[in-house]
Design a protein around this ligand. Structure first.
Ligand SMILES: NC(=O)c1ccc[n+]([C@@H]2O[C@H](COP(=O)([O-])OP(=O)(O)OC[C@H]3O[C@@H](n4cnc5c(N)ncnc54)[C@H](OP(=O)(O)O)[C@@H]3O)[C@@H](O)[C@H]2O)c1
Length: 276
């Protein structure tokens, strides 16, 4: 099985260029999807404590039987566990639920600025990495101001910021800020949850030209931006298509046409969104 291309996000840590999202799958559906995806050649699996599926995802990882070095597991700290000690305990609960000795990437799921404990959580994540329990650490849904506060107060730059990103919300400014700071961008809802985006005439036309599916055009747009999409699919056929992104290339006009679909975010605004 060939390796998925990837990006160095630290010494000896490579983030695969595409992964599988697991929300909102649970129980047997999550186990089967993760097992199937790893069997197809996926390496990056994205979960979160808040998804309530870490045990099911862990069973899928075990069932796939891949070498540990070929699997890259991300999970996330949920809102109720912000704080230094809380983060250490929450990480341990996630690690045990996933059934792994160590994790590959741990993210603060949302910044929750009103609660104002994300800096303490970040310090705990630095400790977890020093202790060898997680290979790399990052954040999700952080604004530039929140990223800079972490960096200024701790001297530690997140390896990754996982943000809402798709052609309807291309996040040009935040991506540029990441590039300057050496932060890799991961794209959540990379297909904008599918339906409308995949029927856009510019997407459909590009798919016809390249002989691929509309979803592959959108995911290839992410790859060419250098962002890491984590599409969720429970179907092995769609999972296979979503991984098959490296045999064609969008030209400049196609890239621009997709970025030209920009209209705004679909999910929460990091400055005010709260989930615990
Ligand atoms: N950090 C955060 O705050 C945050 C927030 C939201 C999501 N996420 C992560 O990002 C992942 C992906 O985001 P998402 O699930 O919101 O949206 P998404 O991946 O953009 O879209 C998922 C939808 O697209 C469909 N789909 C997948 N592949 C397809 C294909 N090749 N052709 C047609 N339809 C296809 C799926 O249906 P089928 O399953 O039927 O294929 C599903 O309905 C989540 O699973 C989660 O891991 C993170």
């Amino acid at each position: 099985m060939g390796r998925v291309p990837g990006y160095a996000i630290g010494a000896d840590v490579e983030l695969p260029a595409v992964g599988l999202g697991t929300y909102p799958m649970r129980d047997e559906q999550a186990t089967t999807a993760v097992r199937d995806a790893l069997g197809l050649g996926y390496q990056l699996i994205d979960t979160a404590a808040a998804y309530g599926n870490e045990e099911a995802v862990g069973r899928g990882i075990a069932a796939a039987g891949r070498a540990r070095a070929d699997v890259f597991v991300t999970t996330k700290l949920r809102g109720r566990d912000h704080g230094y000690q809380q983060t250490l305990a929450a990480f341990e609960a996630s690690r045990l639920a996933l059934g792994l000795d160590f994790l590959d990437l741990y993210l603060i799921h949302w910044p929750l600025p009103r609660i104002d404990r994300y800096v303490q959580s970040w310090r705990a994540m630095v400790t977890l990495r020093s202790d060898g329990l997680v290979r790399s650490i990052g954040v999700s849904n952080f604004t530039v101001a929140q990223l800079d506060r972490l960096i200024e107060e701790t001297g530690e730059t997140p390896a990754v910021n996982q943000i809402e990103l798709h052609p309807y919300f291309p996040q040009e400014q935040l991506r540029a800020a990441h590039a300057v700071r050496g932060i890799r961008t991961e794209s959540w809802s990379p297909l904008a949850r599918s339906a409308a985006l995949l029927r856009e005439p510019v997407v459909v036309a590009a798919a016809r030209r390249h002989g691929v599916e509309p979803a592959q055009v959108v995911l290839r747009w992410h790859v060419q931006l250098g962002t890491v999409p984590i599409p969720k699919s429970s179907s092995p056929q769609r999972q296979a298509a979503n991984l098959d992104l490296f045999g064609f290339e969008l030209d400049r006009a196609e890239m621009a046409a997709l970025s030209g679909l920009a209209r705004g975010r679909q999910g929460g605004d990091p400055d005010v969104h709260e989930e615990f």
